[in-house]
Design a binder for this molecule. Structure first.
Ligand code: DGL
Length: 268
């Protein structure tokens, strides 16, 4: 089991921010990544559709002998985490990108009010609010769907004047004016972390889905005695629809261009 790969999936290539963090923190681990580019974006899909996709993708990762499944997509974590867990039925541990961030935020008692930005699906689900308030009922939580940001980043607009203008216009949301922390609840947003911090003049703590999630993954593998001591195989990055543009865009999210393999798991 230890030498088996870690399965990571996302609606597309944004989850490569998480895969990259995992690959850097756990260099001995092999990763099987699945990006459901045929059904992207999940942010505008119904929970039922996302659950259907997530179950099939989880089966694919289990067929590839993954020892753990990490749902590296906020929208899928919000809509399908319980479904995937029930479906997998204890065969392997299932992690999402929401709980680690919720626990990190909730444990800092200095936060009284926190803001969240994410896709329409994630924000509408109110999953962050519910999970945060279950631990810290006193915490004030305000959220905003920032629908443009994922496509903006994918088109290469980040750390420039256009992205800063769009980010500023979203973050000018009056409820955000007195938050002590912001959750970047989307796989793409680590790329705009600096711009969000700059908007708040560095006085707000920013959480994204990379470091704390990787930390929880590492802890889970350690506790279950499933850490690999030596990587034997290369990572594989599968997508359900291939375009050159997807492949070129991987360098934004994985810090280097990677080879994508087309894997149609829907007609089988
Ligand atoms: N991966 C999605 C998320 O983290 C963003 C892209 C999409 O809407 O599919 O919410």
């Amino acid at each position: 089991m230890r030498t088996n790969p870690i399965g990571i999936f996302d609606s597309g290539i944004g989850g490569l921010t998480v895969a990259n963090a995992v690959s850097e923190a756990l260099p001995n681990e092999e990763i099987i990544y699945f990006g459901d580019t045929a059904h992207l974006p999940y942010g505008d899909k119904s929970p039922e559709a996302i659950q259907h996709y997530a179950v099939r993708i989880s089966d694919f990762l289990l067929e590839r002998k993954c020892k753990i499944i990490l749902i590296a997509c906020n929208t899928a974590s919000a809509a399908a985490y319980e479904t995937v867990r029930r479906h997998v039925a204890g065969a392997v541990p299932v992690l999402n990108v929401i709980d680690p961030v919720v626990n990190a935020v909730a444990s800092d008692k200095s936060f009284k009010k926190i803001g969240i930005i994410g896709t329409k699906g994630t924000i509408k689900s109110q999953v962050y609010e519910h999970k945060l308030k279950a631990i810290r009922p006193d915490l004030e939580v305000v959220s905003l769907a920032t629908a443009l940001l994922a496509s903006m980043i994918e088109a290469g607009f980040y750390n420039n004047s256009v992205s800063q203008a769009i980010i500023n216009s979203y973050l000018a949301y009056p409820d955000f004016s007195d938050v002590q922390a912001m959750i970047l609840a989307c796989t793409h947003y680590p790329l705009i972390k600096k711009e969000v911090a700059a908007y708040f003049n560095q006085r707000v703590k920013i959480f994204d889905s990379t470091d704390v999630v990787t930390e929880v993954l590492k802890r889970t593998l350690t506790e279950k005695d499933m850490l690999n001591d030596q990587r034997r195989n290369p990572h594989h990055f599968y997508v359900s629809d291939f375009t050159e543009s997807f492949e070129q865009t991987t360098k934004i999210f994985f810090r280097q261009e990677i080879h994508l393999e087309l894997q149609n798991i829907w007609d089988e």
